[in-house]
Design a binder for this molecule. Structure first.
Ligand code: PEP
Length: 249
């Protein structure tokens, strides 16, 4: 059985000193667990601090929130996959709703970033999700399947089997609204069925996380929903004791 994955997306929060203080408190209250994996996605400037603070903990790993699709070059302000890997990151978020909707990231760019992640040895966590208008017009499954296929377009089935996926309805991120466990299960089921073909029947190898206003109160029911293998958490991952409680769910 796969262990649940609890992923903290700190977004543009936790400068290096804040990250250090957070980890000191978190590590003191959260001893090593055999039955779950914790991932931190700090802002790029704090990655080294989190890598350092968690280096003796195989149950904890670090990722970056974004990469450029080129490996190096004249791209002022960008961070590459190889330099992220060199700094100790092992995962990368690709296609997060804020990248798509605030920064205009296209589906073609998500595909290029996933390919760059694999070249550098990073595991991409591909984020997909529908807007409220798309949900209300009955397009949820079509949208998330299209986003999934586009992001994975360059990969062979064995590479797809080594990815992670996060279903994050856009209308639920940072809004206090969550999908019902049934809605989450329906979307996750659709993603799993699509992954069956894309992985040559190794769809169970791909963890599918739910994200969108997860907190300590709702984490248990969402995690218990069908095909939900973990949680991707923004706001509720920013305070060490709260996060320590949530990852024990
Ligand atoms: C996220 O940023 O991926 C997220 C789910 O945020 P929040 O938990 O704050 O809705």
């Amino acid at each position: 059985m796969r262990h649940p994955v609890f992923a903290a997306n700190w977004k543009m929060n936790q400068a290096p000193a804040d990250a250090k203080a957070f980890l000191k408190q978190f590590m003191a209250s959260y001893p090593r667990q055999q039955d779950r994996q914790v991932l931190f996605f700090p802002p790029a400037l704090s990655v080294s601090v989190v890598v350092d603070a968690t280096k003796d903990r195989p149950d904890i790993a670090v990722g970056v929130q974004n990469i450029h699709w080129e490996d190096a070059g004249a791209f002022t302000g960008e961070t590459s996959a190889p330099m992220s890997r060199a700094a100790g990151a092992r995962f990368v978020l690709v296609g997060h709703s804020e990248r798509r909707h605030v920064f205009g990231e296209t589906e073609e760019q998500t595909s290029l970033k996933v390919a760059a992640a694999f070249r550098a040895g990073l595991v991409p966590m591909i984020c997909v999700g529908e807007t409220l208008a798309q949900r209300e017009s009955g397009d949820t499954n079509a949208v998330i399947i299209r986003q999934l296929r586009a992001a994975l377009a360059t990969l062979a089935p064995n590479q797809v089997a080594n990815c992670m996926v996060a279903y994050e309805p856009v209308w639920a991120i940072g809004t206090g609204k969550t999908a019902t466990p049934d809605d989450a299960a329906t979307a996750h089921r659709a993603l799993r069925l699509e992954l069956k073909g894309l992985t040559n029947d190794r769809e169970e190898a791909v963890p599918i996380l739910y994200g969108g206003s997860v907190n300590r109160g709702n984490a248990g029911v969402l995690l218990a929903a069908g095909d939900v293998d973990g949680l991707l958490v923004g706001g509720a991952s920013l305070e060490a004791d709260g996060w320590s409680g949530l990852v024990r769910t």
